[in-house]
Design a protein around this ligand. Structure first.
Ligand code: PEP
Length: 251
């Protein structure tokens, strides 16, 4: 039985006060009987603050939005896994489409970051997904296969044991245009089958999240699909009330 994950990706948002309000809002709204694993991923400079605010609860885990493939050295602007560990970070988003598209992280860059994250014992959340153009050209499966195979080539199939994948169609991110539950399920099933060709146990145990304009109103029908194990949530994770509705949808 795979536990549902509801992971917030706060991207480049949040003042100190905003982080306090949001963390406290989520904390206070949790019922204590929520079934999902809840993760928040603030911008790196606020991880220390979030760590402090979460020090009295284990109901919310801390995630980071990226990590370097290097452990230390002359890599301006990067963050190492050891630094993240010092802030009780447990999960690291890697290969988000914004990192791939805007910051030009290649499949190989992403695979190297994934490798370092995995080696450290943190849990990578590997984002994969096609652009609208690629979907219209019927290239969805090919793109996802390439993104996942880059990690398998660099780290081996065993590296997916205990890792998380997020299927995030680029055309659905921040656009208000969600994949239908059927569209998402189709791709999730494809991902699980492609992993099963290499290792059936890893494939059946891995949590595959859907991301792309998930909100309180559409989360339940997405999460109800057989191969959808929760969501990676951008915009809707910035409002406690909306994020809590999504957490509730996982119950
Ligand atoms: C994301 O950035 O991972 C994401 C899914 O964003 P949104 O929920 O805003 O589409």
């Amino acid at each position: 039985m795979r536990q549902t994950i509801v992971a917030g990706n706060w991207k480049l948002n949040g003042t100190r006060q905003g982080v306090k309000d949001l963390v406290n809002g989520i904390k206070n709204g949790l019922t204590g009987s929520d079934k999902a694993c809840v993760i928040i991923s603030p911008v790196a400079i606020h991880l220390g603050l979030a760590q402090k605010l979460l020090s009295d609860t284990s109901a919310i885990k801390l995630g980071a939005q990226n990590a370097s493939s290097h452990n230390e050295g002359a890599y301006t602007g990067e963050l190492s896994v050891k630094m993240l560990e010092e802030y009780d970070v447990k999960y690291v988003i890697v290969g988000h489409s914004e990192r791939r598209a805007i910051f030009k992280e290649s499949d190989l860059d992403v695979a190297k970051r994934f490798k370092t994250i995995k080696k450290s014992g943190l849990v990578p959340i590997l984002c994969v997904g096609e652009t609208l153009e690629q979907r219209e050209e019927n290239e969805t499966q090919q793109v996802i296969t390439q993104q996942i195979n880059a990690v398998i080539d660099e780290c081996g199939i065993d590296s997916f044991d205990g890792s998380v994948i997020a299927y995030e169609p680029v055309w659905a991110i921040g656009t208000g245009k969600t994949a239908t539950p059927e569209q998402a399920q189709q791709v999730h099933e494809f991902i699980r089958k492609m992993l099963a060709d290499k290792d059936t146990q890893i494939a059946s145990e891995i949590q595959i999240l859907y991301g792309g304009s998930v909100n309180g109103a559409n989360a339940k029908e997405l999460f109800d699909k057989e191969d959808i194990d929760g969501g990676l949530i951008g915009g809707a994770s910035l409002k406690a009330e909306e994020f809590l509705k999504i957490i509730k949808a996982a119950n």
